[in-house]
Design a binder for this molecule. Structure first.
Ligand code: WTA
Length: 699
């Protein structure tokens, strides 16, 4: 069990009271309630535990099945739950073909390029159908891909990304999209892990006013994958501008092909959607975890698609006439579930914006909303903070009206929530604060928008059919209103939960279930609570407030980065002997990594070393991992057994009490580092946020 220091007393984690003021509620408006998809006050009864798992057939019934399932939930091999077993369906058919009869002329996707002078492109369901079919034919006949093969995508926020995803889904190919902002190396590691023979990328894309060379990353990715033992046969390159090449890197003969050119051979071709088993994998999404290597979360077809369709309809409240804009990147799970699969499964119009929300100025997002008449707006606290800083009064200048807004990815400060509500939402929009993860496929905690009051800073109760619980370190349930934080878990399986970790099922059991499963032989789902790895507390009213990660993952701008991955990047710098990465509170990004390095014997601390460290992080992970600071220290604070005490460094970086350090092997270095970071004068320590207090406690 972990302990920490409060004042001079050592206390166990479950004793730590969280000081947090209760916020007052906000009510959904009558206009919203009148039109809501989910307004039946009995919904929670329908999804009561005694109706589990059958309650989830309501979600599965939103889809079109080629064959209906025989077994709703198969628990014979815990915790590898199988949903809607015996059923057959195709995700691309469900997101496209079935909407054609009534809605072929409706926009499925509206693409907004970052340069404001470039025209917005509306892609109708009919257009999408044609383009996905042609791409599916190319993937099958030119790339030689077949059902079950994996293919890595490294595509930016352009319509070619959902087109490629849906083309894969059409023929049962498992796509693994790597966030476009990740470096070539990070992409290559994921290519190798997934065993992809084919990579699909784009030559360039616009970001912050510049046309970035993106193809260059594919060359690095292929090289990295080769080092890891994976040969990439084909690199398929979409052109950002079909009439020209937007990269300076050479196309490698025999390996690299322009998709736009090869497609000419497939014009007008149709590929019948393959009826896939409900349990067939649909995609992989890599995420950071407690050890260095990213985990390929494998999501299935029937369960996943049912869950994202159901939650898009009832929690996002998407109706056919709505214009829905989620500002996340499709390269993250939010984009997969709530830009592509969920919204298209329910026949929505989904907006895709290529670039930065504040480019070229603070009004951009609101101009897009006004122009397209967006009425459902989905974003993250980091983006909200950024928009608020760039133009606090900007939204009022534009004539848009949101009925519904979503926040996701990190805890939102009540202050920021209120700005979102009053200024962005103009006191009209209902807000859902949705807590979930890459692993969970879809939302887990949120209020039901028309039925439940909002409370700033709290996600809300479990969704219908989701039963969260907070356990202390011993596995004892912490009751509502205890005022203490513990580990949030989910008691029951749900259709969106990932199927396994690609290539490493043992890690699935170890990471998410071993902690609280009392009997690893049990076939009963109730013995297998899902451990999410987040600290949270449960208020009297049944609302969960999520505090942040309890493991060594740093949530930067809503994206999980593994500290070990960043540390290994630092160690590639020749002069560096040891590296430790800790989270610091960042006004915009929520948390940012801060790096401490010690140097090899005899090496001088020169100013170029931090620059080299930053460069190493940017090349192995991407700009998203850029540290706030790189500090060269004489030595790392260590335990007698030689472990680096990251919690001490995190305390120093955040001006918090370093706690008891008398048991360290080198306690003196702590004061040296403190002075180096905070300056000579006696520093006033403050009470830091819970996730930072807990950081490094497991060491
Ligand atoms: C955090 C993103 C507080 C949490 C969908 C989780 C949140 C991690 C919220 C998952 C929220 C996500 N309030 N924290 N509404 N939503 N998180 O896998 O720590 O990129 O474990 O999935 O983000 O990040 P991931």
């Amino acid at each position: 069990m972990s302990t920490q220091q409060i004042g001079t007393r050592e206390v166990s984690e479950d004793e730590i009271a969280v000081h947090w003021k209760e916020e007052s509620y906000f009510e959904p408006g009558p206009e919203f309630i009148k039109q809501a998809n989910l307004s039946d006050p009995n919904v929670r009864k329908r999804f009561a535990l005694e109706n589990f798992p059958e309650c989830f057939t309501e979600y599965a019934d939103l889809l079109t099945w080629d064959r209906r399932w025989d077994t709703t939930l198969d628990t014979s091999d815990p915790p590898f739950w199988k949903w809607f077993v015996g059923g057959k369906l195709n995700a691309s058919f469900n997101c496209i073909d079935r909407h054609l009869a009534a809605n072929k002329n409706k926009a499925a996707v509206i693409f907004v390029p970052e340069p404001e002078a470039m025209a917005t492109e509306a892609i109708t369901y009919q257009d999408l159908y044609v383009r996905v079919n042609e791409m599916a034919a190319l993937l099958r006949d030119f790339a030689g891909l077949k059902a079950g093969d994996r293919v890595t995508l490294h595509l930016p926020m352009v319509p070619e990304l959902p087109i490629t995803m849906l083309a894969c889904a059409r023929i049962g190919v498992v796509h693994s999209e790597v966030f476009g902002g990740f470096s070539g190396e990070a992409c290559g590691v994921r290519v190798a892990d997934s065993g992809s023979r084919v990579m699909i990328t784009m030559d360039g894309y616009y970001r912050n006013g510049k046309l970035l060379d993106h193809k260059v990353n594919a060359d690095i990715a292929v090289e990295t994958a080769a080092k890891e033992g994976q040969h990439v046969e084909k690199v398929l390159v979409w052109k950002r501008h079909p009439d020209r090449y937007s990269s300076t890197t050479a196309m490698v003969a025999g390996r690299d092909h322009f998709v736009n050119e090869v497609l000419d051979d497939y014009r007008g071709q149709k590929v019948a959607p393959l009826a896939m088993d409900s349990t067939a994998p649909l995609f992989l999404m890599y995420t950071s975890g407690t050890t260095g290597r990213p985990k390929g979360c494998q999501h299935g077809t029937g369960g996943y698609l049912s869950y994202v369709a159901g939650t898009s309809k009832y929690i996002q409240d998407i109706h056919p006439e709505d214009v829905y804009w989620c500002m996340a990147d499709i390269g993250w799970i939010t984009g997969h579930s709530y830009i592509v699969y969920g919204p298209l499964a329910v026949g929505a119009t989904s907006v895709i914006y290529e670039g930065v929300p504040t480019y070229p100025d603070a009004g951009r997002a609101w101009r897009i909303a006004e122009r397209l008449d967006v009425n459902i707006f989905h974003t993250s606290p980091t983006t909200i903070r950024m928009l608020r800083r760039a133009g606090p009064l900007e939204p009022a200048k534009y004539q848009y009206h949101f009925k519904h807004m979503t926040t996701v990815g990190e805890p939102i400060e009540p202050e920021v929530w209120r700005w979102f509500y009053h200024v962005v939402g103009k006191d009209e929009a209902v807000i859902v604060d949705t807590w979930w993860q890459t692993e969970t496929g879809g939302f887990l905690c949120s209020t039901i928008p028309a039925l439940e009051r909002m409370k700033p800073g709290s996600a809300g109760p479990g969704l219908p059919g989701i039963y969260p619980v907070i356990f202390d370190e011993q596995g004892k349930e912490m009751p509502a209103g205890s005022g203490r934080a513990g580990n949030i878990c989910i008691r029951n399986p749900w259709p969106g939960i990932m199927q396994t970790i690609w290539g490493d099922p043992a890690r699935m059991v170890k990471t998410y279930y071993a902690k609280y499963c009392k009997n690893l032989e049990s076939k009963s789902w109730s013995d297998w609570p899902y451990f999410a790895g987040d600290g949270a507390m449960l208020a009297e009213d049944g609302y969960f407030r999520v505090l942040g990660r309890v493991d060594d993952v740093i949530n930067v701008a809503g994206h999980r980065l593994g500290t070990k991955e960043i540390e290994s990047a630092c160690l590639t710098v020749e002069e560096v002997a040891e590296a430790a990465v800790v989270p610091v509170v960042d006004e915009i990004r929520g948390r940012a990594p801060e790096v401490y390095v010690s140097l090899k014997p005899g090496i001088e601390a020169t100013p170029d070393i931090p620059a080299k460290v930053v460069h190493a992080i940017e090349t192995t992970i991407g700009k998203i991992g850029r540290p706030r600071d790189v500090r060269i220290v004489p030595d790392m604070p260590k335990t007698r057994s030689g472990k680096i005490m990251r919690r001490v460094l995190a305390a120093i970086s955040n001006s918090m009490d370093v706690g008891d350090i008398t048991t360290l092997a080198n306690p003196d270095v702590v004061e040296q580092i403190r002075v180096q970071v905070q300056g000579q004068e006696k520093f006033v320590t403050r009470d830091g946020p819970e996730d930072i207090k807990q950081f490094g406690q497991q060491e």
